[in-house]
Write a protein that binds this ligand. Structure first.
Ligand SMILES: Nc1ncnc2c1ncn2[C@@H]1O[C@H](COP(=O)(O)OP(=O)(O)O)[C@@H](O)[C@H]1O
Ligand code: SF4
Ligand SMILES: [Mg+2]
Length: 326
């Protein structure tokens, strides 16, 4: 695979009042050219922190180790200048809450043209024309008129489209979409997903898509990484993961039947009894052990590592039954 983004052994620890909190623990991910990688897992598993590390958006309280490479550029430990030139141009980020990320006092056109003028130095006229083009690209009707609207004049779905337009304004190689439809109505979600699909098809943008929705995963992703307690516990091509989930956490998320994800129109991750642990130190056990019905002795004394290959799993006693393929 021709990797556009390579994350290797990424670890993120936060300084907190209760001591260090390990949010991401040696995560490795690869995203190929034009590929959509879905990242799934319950709340608090480190998905957003991973995404923020890639986009260089972590707060100062974070200590980061490992490597995040965009093409030939290393982002971990890079200076402000490198980060500034990469952010927006090479990698862009769509937040979950479009209203909090748009500035209410400027028109959407102004906000998009600002991005274009500062990042690629377009003149006023050219930037405005490009802003309208971008609004059309993300499916905003009457873009010529809408470009003069303020954020509050737009619906939630339209604001999210504007956010996507801003994110892709400089034609980034990698777009990170962190639960881009979670705050939106179900009927609006499909439109946003069409926009993402269109970006990949028309611009060849690679996408890291964080989502709770298995329907979205089945629909849009090429590969999936399942995160639990700051680690990737399973990763595979999307069909393989749905047909042959191996980690007990993955089978739990997919529901009692591993086939649950296949027919999903909009299918949320299954609830699993118990809580995601908050880690303050490296445990000497599988972090899923107290929720797992497949635990064996080894699970309590040693942390499993990811296997190699295209379907990787970190588990001492993975599910082996082959389920009928799709
Ligand atoms: N700025 C921060 N300071 C301290 N802890 C944080 C901070 N941001 C996230 N965390 C913690 O890191 C862990 C992973 O969070 P996050 O990546 O947001 O989870 P997810 O996106 O998978 O729901 C959680 O335990 C969360 O409380
Ligand atoms: S390593 Fe053991 S406890 Fe952890 S998920 Fe696998 S079987 Fe369950
Ligand atoms: Mg999150």
């Amino acid at each position: 695979m021709n990797a556009v983004l390579t994350v290797s052994d990424l670890s993120v620890t936060f300084r907190t009042e209760d001591g260090p909190l390990s949010a991401v623990d040696r995560v490795s991910l690869e995203v190929g050219d034009g590929e959509v990688l879905a990242v799934v897992g319950e709340s608090g598993c480190g998905k957003s922190v991973t995404a923020m590390s890639i986009a260089g958006l972590l707060p100062r309280t974070a200590t980061v180790g490992g490597s995040v490479r965009l093409g030939d550029t290393e982002l971990i430990g890079a200076g402000k200048r490198t980060l500034r030139s990469v952010r927006g141009r090479e990698v862009a980020y769509i937040f979950q809450e479009p209203m909090t990320s748009l500035n209410p006092v400027f028109t959407v056109g102004h906000q998009i043209t600002e991005v274009l003028r500062t990042h690629i130095g377009l003149g006023r006229q050219a930037a405005r024309a490009r802003a309208i083009e971008l609004l059309k690209l993300v499916g905003i009707p009457s873009a010529e008129r809408r470009v003069s609207d303020y954020p509050h004049q737009l619906s939630g779905g339209m604001r999210q489209r504007v956010m996507i337009a801003m994110a892709v304004a400089c034609d980034p190689k990698v777009l990170i979409a962190d639960e881009p439809t979670t705050a939106l109505d179900v009927t609006i979600q499909a439109g946003i997903l069409d926009v993402l699909r269109g970006l990949r098809e028309r611009l060849g943008t690679s996408i890291v898509l964080i989502t709770h929705d298995l329907g979205v995963v089945a629909d849009l992703a090429d590969r999936v990484a399942v995160m639990y307690a700051g680690r990737v516990v399973e990763t595979a091509e999307v069909h393989d993961l749905f047909a042959r989930p191996r980690h007990p956490y993955t089978t739990g998320l997919l529901g009692a039947s591993p086939a649950a994800g296949r027919h999903a129109g909009s299918h949320r991750l299954n609830e699993i009894p118990g809580l995601v642990p908050v880690l303050t130190e490296q445990p000497d056990a599988c972090t899923f052990a107290d929720r797992c019905d497949r635990a064996i002795d080894t699970c309590g004394s040693s942390q499993p590592q990811l296997t190699s290959g295209t379907h990787r799993v970190a588990c001492w006693n993975p599910v082996r039954e082959e389920v009928e393929a799709l």
